[in-house]
Write a protein that binds this ligand. Structure first.
Ligand SMILES: Cc1cc2nc3c(=O)[nH]c(=O)nc-3n(C[C@H](O)[C@H](O)[C@H](O)COP(=O)(O)O)c2cc1C
Length: 249
């Protein structure tokens, strides 16, 4: 028995989490006057600047074709991604367009503009970047190096439940959630918002990868504790919720 619940109780718990509980939630920390949590995390690693000039990265911009042609791609060429290609994908997934009254407005929507995610990267093959684990600083559109990892592709496979195709990815993106960001306002209802928000970001990523002529695949079947340890997350205040492998075609 995992999570202290019997299988039937877990299913009931899961189904409840899919339903809306807005209107029946406890008093929020926002209503109690507690300060709004920061919308960004900064880890303090060595920074890498990213471009916001994406014109040269786009190979296909016919919207109907992008919608029709998008598929999950699991076979990647042994070729590097360029830094502008990576910058485009990161911006597509979480890029900040403006900040107003402490709220960030991004390329993707988020319930109440709470934006619960941080983005981490396992970089195997990106021109100009050493192999390792990085964090995307959405506020300044930069990368920060968390640690170099020589056998990063091997570690990615074990984080992603031994899905062997993932070792070919030039980059694997990880979405973590910081649940207090939505909980500060929505308390128990926040649990429904986080996975919905993740879907918006992933679809943006799919369409942008297609536009850039890159292949990608969303991944939910990862090992929770191994992923959290790999990214240096405590598993409670911040934990992995989604991943995506990306590579050249
Ligand atoms: C929430 C979610 C989780 C997924 N997890 C995995 C995964 O762990 N491994 C994998 O190979 N594909 C994964 N996929 C890709 C799906 O298998 C794929 O979207 C589905 O087969 C439909 O194919 P299409 O994306 O090409 O339309 C996931 C997709 C979604 C949306």
């Amino acid at each position: 028995m995992e999570h202290g619940l019997e299988p039937k109780e877990r299913l009931e718990h899961n189904r409840t989490a899919m339903k809306s509980v807005f209107g029946t939630v406890s008093e929020s920390d926002q209503e109690k006057g507690l300060p709004m949590p920061q919308p960004f995390k900064v880890c303090g690693g060595k920074r890498v600047a990213l471009t916001r000039e994406f014109t040269n990265v786009i190979r296909k911009n016919d919207y109907l074709s992008l919608l029709r042609d998008r598929v999950s791609r699991r076979a990647y060429k042994d070729a590097p991604l360029s830094l502008p290609e990576l910058a485009f994908l990161l911006w597509s997934a979480q890029g900040v367009k403006s900040v107003r009254s402490g709220l960030t407005f991004r390329v993707v929507p988020s319930g109440g503009a709470r934006h619960p995610f941080e983005l981490y990267l396992a970089v195997k093959n990106v021109t100009g970047l050493e192999k390792g684990v990085y964090h995307y600083l959405a506020g300044t559109h930069e990368l920060e190096l968390l640690r170099p990892v020589e056998d990063v592709e091997k570690q990615v496979v074990s984080v992603l439940n031994n899905q062997s195709f993932t070792s070919a990815a030039a980059v694997t993106l990880f979405f973590s959630a910081v649940p207090y960001r939505p909980e500060w306002r929505y308390v128990e209802a926040a649990g429904k918002l986080v996975p919905i928000d993740a879907g918006h970001a992933m679809q943006n990523l799919y369409l942008s990868a297609e536009a850039a002529g890159l292949g990608m695949c969303a991944i939910a079947a990862y090992n929770q504790s191994v992923a959290d340890a790999f990214l240096g997350l405590d598993g409670t205040e911040e934990f992995t919720v989604y991943a995506a492998t990306i590579g050249a075609l």
